[in-house]
Design a protein around this ligand. Structure first.
Ligand code: DQA
Length: 152
């Protein structure tokens, strides 16, 4: 089966490139999306990518994912640390989810150390810039379609 993955960028990620470049790097969101689409091509999966600054829009996108996507790759931005609703939506649809962060949230301010999403995610990749997304995508695809061991 051909996998389709939904990629969600949360609030303020539209500002990538100009937003605190010392923390988030100089890559724009458009450039990051291009890298992700390239990685998806190599992995042979379909990607649909959305960014929203609105919690409710992210919830609606997660609800609508059921039936169309097999997994979700999400950078919830600041909603990571605040949104029980986002966590409930992910649990509600039950789609395997990988959480990613450009920065290493554990070496930043204490309020960023807690994620409401991590306990309901398959896993989390944090601190590798754009690579967090590419590694997270690969991990999600391998989780959904475990690679077969080489035949003797
Ligand atoms: C972030 C980390 C969050 O703490 C922050 O609010 C963001 C970006 C990251 O990708 O490093 O907006 O999710």
């Amino acid at each position: 089966m051909h996998l389709s993955i939904l990629v969600l960028h949360g609030p303020n990620l539209n500002l990538l490139g100009q937003r605190e470049p010392e923390v988030y790097g100089r890559l724009t969101l458009q450039e990051l999306d291009r890298l992700l689409l390239q990685a998806a091509g190599t992995l042979g999966v379909n990607l649909t990518i959305h960014q929203s600054n609105h919690e409710g829009v992210l919830l609606d996108l997660i609800h609508a994912a059921l039936g169309s996507y097999q997994g979700i790759l999400i950078n919830p931005g600041a909603y990571t640390h605040t949104s029980v609703a986002l966590r409930d939506a992910l649990v509600g649809v039950g789609l395997p989810t990988v959480e990613v962060h450009l920065s290493n949230i554990y070496r930043r301010e204490p309020f960023r150390h807690h994620s409401h999403i991590a306990p309901v995610a398959v896993g989390q990749v944090s601190g590798f810039g754009a690579d967090s997304y590419c590694l997270g995508l690969r991990a999600l695809v391998n989780y959904l379609h475990p690679p077969q061991p080489p035949q003797e």
